[in-house]
Design a binder for this molecule. Structure first.
Ligand code: NAD
Ligand code: IPM
Ligand code: MN
Length: 348
């Protein structure tokens, strides 16, 4: 029986994960769950954001259903003890390098998008974001210069093997869709990006059926709001992908709508909304649980071999939205649990 590790975390993490869990339970599928502490709550109770027992559970699970980490009361801690280190540590320790972030506009959400309805309705893309390298994992610190001034630094780097393996995921993902891949970089300024671009171009010889284009990240940020419909699959580095996916979420109606899967190539995956712990609305029943529910669907599809069940969840979310179910971020008044009810009602 597959084992799902439930790491709900901080803030709205437990609120939205509870709704994803209800939806999974309603499907009557055969798997077991085990919960563990992660993030600020783990730091406060056990002294570390990613305690050994949590990491051990994650390693032996088939899939991880993750909520969010982040706690303002931890912002002053030394970096290794901050909640965010838990998600970074899980991605690194489990080799979860390929973060898939689909952004589509659910029918009915045209007026929730920050874009004009006719521009917004065309968005249907997947961002393939690398999550094991880049400036996130390079040498970093705050040092003192010869002049006695403090200087912060974070080294950006990618080696060619790291670029090849994420680019391959980009090309393969494009093959399951419209066969158009846009690689986003900053090759006009950054050496890391020049190598990225060279390696992606070299790999494209293996994928003559996929149309490859390149775009600088600043232009990409503009094009995403000018005409998001032009993109099919985007492949990009850790930092650019982080920023562009939050932006894409608002084209699709809300950050509360975007799920993600982070894969390591062995079938195991971590599934989480792209949003964070949202301390500004935590504990108020205002969070939109759709991103978490849709992340559970991605888990069924990518790690548990249950694509029909994934389709059922996605169809239920689409039907609930079309029927007018809206949390406050979508301009409505439903609570987190009531939104869960609306999705469950469609599952039947
Ligand atoms: P955030 O995504 O938590 O929130 C940004 C804004 O979006 C807030 O106004 C919030 O209320 C709103 N929002 C987010 N999710 C929502 C939902 N499901 N429904 C309705 N509204 C929603 O980003 P932030 O405020 O920059 O970060 C808060 C904390 O979360 C920080 O500690 C940050 O490091 C952490 N974080 C964690 C993850 C993760 O666990 N993977 C991701 C992003 C941020
Ligand atoms: C995300 C988050 C994380 C990231 C943070 C919390 C480390 O923003 O998952 O998008 O930057 O990857
Ligand atoms: Mn982010």
């Amino acid at each position: 029986m597959p084992l799902i590790a439930i790491l709900a975390g901080d803030g709205i993490g437990p609120e939205v994960t509870a709704q994803a869990r209800r939806v999974l339970d309603a499907l009557g599928l055969d798997f077991s769950y085990q919960e563990a502490l992660v993030g600020g709550v783990a730091y406060h109770q056990l002294g570390h954001p990613l305690p050994p027992a949590t990491l051990e559970l994650a390693k032996r699970s088939d899939a991880i259903l993750f909520g969010a980490v982040g706690d303002p009361s931890c912002d002053g801690l030394e970096r290794s003890l901050r909640p965010e280190q838990a998600i970074l540590g899980l991605r690194k320790e489990l080799g979860l390098f390929a973060n898939l972030r689909p952004a589509t506009l659910f029918k009915g959400l045209e007026d929730a998008s920050a874009l004009r309805p006719e521009v917004a309705s065309a968005i249907d893309l997947v961002i393939v974001r690398e999550t094991n390298g880049d400036v996130y994992f390079g040498d970093k610190g705050i040092r003192t210069t010869a002049a006695g001034r403090r200087e912060g630094y974070d080294i950006m780097s990618y080696d060619e093997d790291e670029v090849t393996r994420i680019a391959r995921v980009g090309f393969e993902t494009a093959r399951t869709r419209q066969r158009r891949l846009c690689s986003i970089d900053k090759a006009n300024v950054l050496e890391t990006s020049q190598l990225w671009r060279d390696v992606v171009i070299a790999l494209s010889a293996d994928y003559p059926d996929v149309e490859l284009t390149h775009m600088y990240v600043d232009n990409a940020a503009m094009q995403l709001v000018r005409n998001p419909g032009q993109f099919d699959v985007i492949v990009t580095g850790n930092l650019f992908g982080d920023i562009l996916s939050d932006q894409a979420s608002m084209c699709a109606g809300s950050i509360g709508m975007l799920p993600s899967a982070t894969l390591n190539g062995s079938g195991q995956g971590l599934y989480e909304p792209i949003h964070g712990s949202a301390p500004d609305i935590a504990g108020q029943g205002k969070a939109n649980p759709c991103a978490a529910i849709l992340s559970a669907a991605m888990m069924l599809r990518h790690s548990l071999g249950m694509p029909e069940a994934a389709d059922r969840i996605e169809a239920a979310v689409a039907a609930a939205i079309l029927g007018g179910a809206r949390t406050p971020d979508l301009g409505g008044t439903l609570s987190t649990a009531a939104m869960g009810d609306a999705v469950l009602a469609q599952i039947g």
